[in-house]
Design a protein around this ligand. Structure first.
Ligand code: 5GP
Length: 116
């Protein structure tokens, strides 16, 4: 079940500050507080979904396409299309998912060898 008090829910409600990259009524992108690469952005849908499984079960096709398109737009805006980037999501316990609001990590800005 979705926990309204998770960190990203608080960030969405502006109760906790962050460094925003892009926001509209459907999605929010902001810098990771502990970047694992020169560019490390978190991409979240504005939906109460805990993980990838929850998101893909509940989001309609329009939302799924919208989210992936925005990820690409943000990557493009960061100059990552030619240099390359990684998108990754941790789903659940064995993946060590820390924050139970579904998110993608967008990593880039340097060679990602050795970076998970
Ligand atoms: P997960 O392990 O759930 O896939 O990733 C959670 C990510 O959220 C981690 O990379 C962590 O650094 C980031 N994070 C945790 N707390 C905060 C916070 O308060 N603000 C921001 N911007 N990122 C956070």
């Amino acid at each position: 079940m979705y926990d309204d008090n998770n960190i990203f829910a608080k960030i969405l409600r502006k109760e906790i500050p962050c460094k925003p990259i892009y926001e509209d009524d459907k999605v929010f992108f902001f810098n990771d507080i502990k970047p694992q690469a020169k560019i490390h952005i978190l991409a979240i849908p504005k939906m109460p979904v805990t993980d990838y499984n929850d998101f893909i079960s509940k989001a309609d096709n329009e939302m799924i396409k919208y989210f992936f398109d925005k990820i690409n737009e943000v990557a493009k805006g960061q100059g990552l299309i030619n240099s390359g980037f990684r998108i990754v999501t941790n789903n659940g316990k064995d993946a060590n998912q820390e924050v139970p609001h579904f998110h993608f990590h967008i990593l880039g800005g340097e060679n990602l060898k050795g970076i998970k």
